[in-house]
Design a protein around this ligand. Structure first.
Ligand code: TMP
Length: 240
């Protein structure tokens, strides 16, 4: 394992802190137990969430890397932190959906759980003050947030990730309903999958019972939040 000396705080978000290190181009991500929902309207603490999200993210990043998706992940450092390559984050939330839920169900008047004939890809502009509005490829290119060719890469990696994660999670008895990805540019301009892939950023439903095993338990006050996060960890690591 590499040893990195933690340096300046370069970013603090709602669920993570990112620090620079003594190594060129390497950052340390530290996951927090704090949770927010509804663009900060609801706040709380989910004990152990930071460790679950760190370990689940690292495992899924490594899985995707093994399937040809370049990621920022370098290595896990401890329960709540990982070394990652420094990237310039593309200011988009890329969402892939397999089953109608959340904002898609609300926007189109669909029952949650309604089947989609094919996966849906959506982009939102990362801007808390504007409430992360949905945008399309034309907005993104017109605003200079990403180029056409970068968007092609982002879409390709997102659908690949959907196929790989969907199959892997099915093996753990989990239905991948939808999820959010973020991408960044490395120093050489290469697009890398960044951020996290965890119960905070995905909808995970138990395949047999439909029980929600993700942040919707917190967003919707369903109870059993900590237990659900731990269940995801146990199912993924129980698979070997
Ligand atoms: P949505 O149905 O609320 O648009 O969410 C779609 C997916 O994106 C869901 O798996 C949760 C995830 N997500 C985030 O990770 N961060 C966010 O800020 C939002 C709104 C959704």
């Amino acid at each position: 394992m590499g040893t990195y000396i933690k340096r300046e705080l370069v970013y603090e978000g709602k669920a993570k802190k990112v620090f620079g290190t003594d190594a060129d181009g390497v950052c340390i991500v530290e996951y927090k137990d704090e949770a927010t929902a509804g663009n900060g309207a609801k706040k709380g603490v989910i004990p152990g969430k930071g460790a679950v999200n760190n370990r689940v993210t690292n495992r899924l990043m490594r899985l995707l890397e093994g399937h040809g998706i370049p990621t920022h992940f370098i290595e896990e450092l401890d329960d709540v932190s990982a070394a990652v390559r420094r990237v310039e984050i593309v200011p988009l939330e890329t969402i892939v959906r397999n089953i109608a839920a959340g904002s898609l169900a609300a926007r189109l008047g669909l029952a949650e759980g309604a089947k989609l004939h094919s996966p849906v890809l959506e982009y939102c502009y990362k801007n808390d003050a504007l409430g992360d509005p949905m945008v399309n490829e034309y907005h993104i290119v017109a605003m200079g947030w990403a180029s056409h060719s970068e968007l092609e890469t982002i879409a390709e990696y997102s659908f690949m990730a959907n196929a790989v994660l969907g199959e892997y999670l099915r093996g753990a008895g989990i239905e991948l309903v939808d999820f959010k990805l973020e991408f960044g540019r490395a120093d050489d301009g290469k697009i890398l999958l960044a951020d996290e892939i965890s119960p905070d950023t995905c909808r995970f439903w138990d395949i047999k019972t439909g029980k929600k095993l993700d942040k919707d338990r917190f967003r919707r006050d369903l109870g059993g939040v900590e237990e659900a996060y731990n269940e995801v960890l146990e199912r993924l690591f129980g698979q070997g």
